[in-house]
Ligand binder design. Structure first.
Ligand code: FE
Length: 192
């Protein structure tokens, strides 16, 4: 693993080189960063989750064909040509990884967190998911199956977390504000 400062130096070197060669416009780089920070991010996935919690018909469509179901939200950001939503239940807890690299559904979750790209997470969550989840502070009951989904360039996964029962009367906007990124990757369980 490269240290943060090495990554930053490398990124800056690449940026300077691309600008110098006239291959990219520095304003475009700033726009892209702003775009992913402010317009594309886990708040998109959170809207989808909140809607699914409140609308059984939408939830059925979402689980049947995630890509088609999220079209009506008009998200941009890509990487969801085939989006598969996996639903947490009292019997099954789902967690998402990309063992090969860092495939991730950008349009609904934004840019992947650093740990998602870490080789340690990628290899260990497959072998010992419960131990890895515990390091995130997430303890899954022994009688709940933990299912790991390996993303690829073709298929991206997002978890539909379980809604805490006490949230049942909340509006869709309030619900969306409570859905964390990590719960949609499956390393966190939502609680009151
Ligand atoms: Fe990947």
């Amino acid at each position: 693993m490269m240290t943060d400062s090495k990554v930053i130096v490398r990124a800056e070197a690449l940026e300077s080189l691309l600008i110098e060669k006239g291959l990219v416009d520095p304003d475009r780089i700033d726009e892209t960063i702003t775009f992913y920070n402010e317009r594309v991010g886990p708040m998109n996935g959170a809207q989808v989750v909140a809607r699914a919690w409140q609308d059984p018909e939408f939830k059925a469509r979402l689980l049947d064909d995630g890509t088609a179901a999220i079209e009506e939200f008009g998200f941009s950001g890509g990487q969801v040509d085939k989006l598969v939503i996996v639903e947490n239940t009292p019997d099954t807890h789902n967690v998402v990884v990309c063992t090969l690299c860092s495939c991730y559904p950008w349009a609904v979750l934004g840019l992947p967190p650093r740990w998602y790209k870490d080789p340690a997470y990628r290899s260990r969550v497959v072998r010992e998911p419960r131990a890895v989840l515990k390091e995130f502070g997430t303890v899954i009951p022994e009688d709940t199956t933990v299912q790991v989904w390996d993303s690829s360039a073709e298929i991206r996964y997002m978890v539909l977390p379980l809604m805490p029962a006490s949230w049942a009367d909340q509006s869709v906007d309030v619900l969306a504000s409570k859905v964390s990124r990590d719960s949609m990757i499956g390393v966190e369980v939502l609680a009151d």
